[in-house]
Unconditional design. Sequence first.
Length: 235
Amino acid sequence: MHGTAGIVPAVTHRCNGPHAACDEQLQRRRIFDRLDETIIVVRVRIHCARALRTPVSAALEIALRAEIPLKIAAKVDRADKAYYESHIKPLLNSDLIEFVGEISDLEKNEFFSKALAFLFPINWSEPFGIVLIESLACGVPVVAFPLGSVPEIVEDGVSGFLVNNVDEAVTAIKNIGAIDRRKCREAFELRFSAKRMAQDYLSIYQRIAKPESETLALTDGDLRWMKLEPPSSTT
């Protein structure tokens, strides 16, 4: 993963309550019984240092051109209130746009799982993108600009669409029905669950513990940069 040593943090997000054990069949029904929803969503933190006007305005343009309602969930700290009032709020002047403010973990479940898609039209090199994983955990496909770690999380045409501009994003939203929401959830379970993270750590520890190991290299190339030096006889 971009900016990490091959281990991704686990996401224990569940679409019927974070961090809670749940009946698998009930969970899957909650994820997949909403295919007729026509809302796209964005979740960001409004921060003056991040120059969010461009991605927010891009999301608005995508929604308006696709003629699909957009919900924006965003945290606005007190220090960034003036930035929000002067740069972001003036953009929210359409009946198709709803600014819902900051949401809790419990509210995330409902926010994501009802969505047709999650928009991520960023203009920065995203170091990880846990919000993308939260979307996939709820079976919601992602439409995103392929910056930073995004292409490592979203598989184009499988768990969403990677797009390079607003025009491509509008087309992607109109074709979002081609994405199987079950595949989005499966991508989360396969790559980003607590079980997967624990297995990866155990695999690395086992490799480190082998005295004959001279290099640490996983088949997928995540850790080829790491070298293990054999223990010194003087230590």
